[in-house]
Design a protein around this ligand. Structure first.
Ligand code: UD1
Length: 426
């Protein structure tokens, strides 16, 4: 009989106190993949303890890298003896972000292979921009039903690449592939996320020549080889935003430590617009959030950075379910990212959707229910809803939450929440 964990939450008043944000999952994953490019020892600090990070470490180990923890959040990685260029199906299937290992493999060994988790999955979350970039650098990509083979028989050569959409993963893959290519690569309409800047600064410490990261034009001048370095992962802006919203939703007062306000401008702006108090102490990477009355409604449209992050859409929707008045959310980055609507509705939220638009009619209160974390951020949204709902909320499928929030139960408990992880027999 299999065991599975659920979260059991009862409302327990406003969140109060201090919470420390961990290193960014979405920075750690591509930076771990980038370690494949280096032939010398690398040390990474601020690595968050997350399922997704474990999977990326498994990918590196499978390829032949030596990876060891030197303390709870620091890793030593040595990729001098990589012995295969094939990432196995299981690891790619567990986490699509594993695909960012393809660029580094291609750069260093002129070949990269994997099995993809079935044709329709690729259709739902495509990799066409990644492949377009690799091909522009002189590689040939062959995608059979589930086998992806990318080879650059004559090595990679710099080129100009225009991305039809500023995809985060494609920008990262192309930057990494270009670091060891011959000549100059220019990526136009590149993603501008802070995680791109973090990756570029890590690669630069390894000896890469990259200009313009954080703008829509990134230029990479290929170098002969990349060396070892030591780097600290930036704080997780999505985790910070989640705790800020949870603090505001419960009418609490929380000090968020290790949080960079400039990485989450739209979230802060929207929180202030709906009536929360937000104060930043930039030099200390600290943000204070306080709300002592019912918050108001607003309209949100998700966009690539520096727009409102799609990864905070579900959590902001949870907050708006109990705000005063009618709010609207338009999701423009992902096609199918309203799966939390049905679950929030089970808790008494009043939400109508039409395509990529949702209208939320704020209610006085939510009630506890049995709900399912349909994805990572949806899971966080349901936990937030559980913090204010009357009665008990039981969130299942929390492996999604484990992918992206380290020590969630401990951190929320420290802030005064009544939340427990319970193992049930399935
Ligand atoms: C990254 C983040 C994820 C975040 C997303 C958008 C990581 C590990 N994950 O995902 O948390 O939600 O950015 O901020 O960093 N697309 C294509 N073709 C491609 C690639 C993407 O059409 O080749 C589309 C996707 O289907 C999606 C949109 O572009 O609709 C955004 O995807 P992308 O920016 O690539 O997100 P990820 O890198 O997968």
């Amino acid at each position: 009989m299999a065991n599975k964990d659920i979260l059991v939450i009862n409302s327990n008043g406003p969140l109060r106190g201090e919470v420390k944000i961990d290193g960014a999952k979405n920075s750690a994953l591509p930076i771990l993949a980038a370690c494949v490019l280096g032939t010398e020892e690398i040390i990474l600090d601020g690595v968050p303890e997350l399922k997704d990070v474990e999977i990326m470490i498994e990918v590196l180990k499978h390829l032949g890298s030596k990876v060891e923890y030197i303390d709870e959040n620091s890793l030593r990685i040595d990729s001098s003896n990589i012995n295969t260029c094939e990432t196995p199906y299981e690891l790619m299937d567990k986490m699509r972000a594993s695909f960012v290992v393809m660029g580094p493999l291609l750069a260093r060994f002129s070949k990269a292979y994997t099995k993809a988790p079935g044709g329709c999955n690729i259709g739902a979350r495509p990799i066409d921009l990644h492949l377009k970039g690799f091909n522009a650098l002189g590689a040939t990509s062959i995608v059979d039903y589930d086998q992806i083979s990318i080879e650059a028989k004559d090595g990679l050569k710099g080129n100009e690449i225009y991305l039809d959409f500023p995809s985060v993963g494609a920008t990262q893959n192309i930057i990494m592939a270009a670091t060891l290519a011959e000549g100059e690569t220019v990526i136009e309409n590149a993603a501008k996320e802070p995680e791109i800047v973090d990756l570029a600064s890590f690669l630069s410490k390894m000896g890469a020549k990259i200009k313009g990261a954080g703008t829509s034009t990134i230029t990479i001048e290929g170098v002969e080889k990349l060396t070892g370095t030591r780097h600290t992962i930036i704080p997780d802006r999505i985790e910070a935003a989640t705790y800020m919203l949870a603090a505001a939703m419960t009418g609490g007062e929380v000090k968020i430590v290790n949080a960079i306000g400039s990485h989450i401008r739209p979230v802060i702006a929207k929180l202030i617009e709906i009536g929360a108090e937000v104060e930043e102490v930039e030099e200390d990477d600290v943000i204070y959030v306080k709300a002592d009355h019912r918050l108001k409604s607003t309209n949100i449209q998700t966009l690539p950075y520096p727009g409102f992050p799609t990864d905070v859409q579900a959590q902001f929707m949870a907050l708006l379910t109990v705000s005063e008045g009618e709010s609207r959310i338009q999701e423009t980055v992902f096609e199918n990212r309203f799966m939390h609507v049905e679950e929030l509705s089970k808790m008494g939220a009043v939400i109508a959707t039409s395509g990529n638009r949702a209208t939320i009619a704020g209610v006085e209160s939510l009630h506890g229910a049995d709900v399912r974390a349909t994805d990572l951020r949806a899971g966080a949204a349901l936990v937030m809803a559980g913090l204010v709902a009357k009665g008990e909320t039981r969130v299942s499928d929390i492996y999604h939450i484990d992918r992206g929030y380290s020590h969630l139960v401990e951190k929320l408990t420290e802030l005064g929440a009544d939340i427990k992880r319970v193992t049930i027999e399935a």
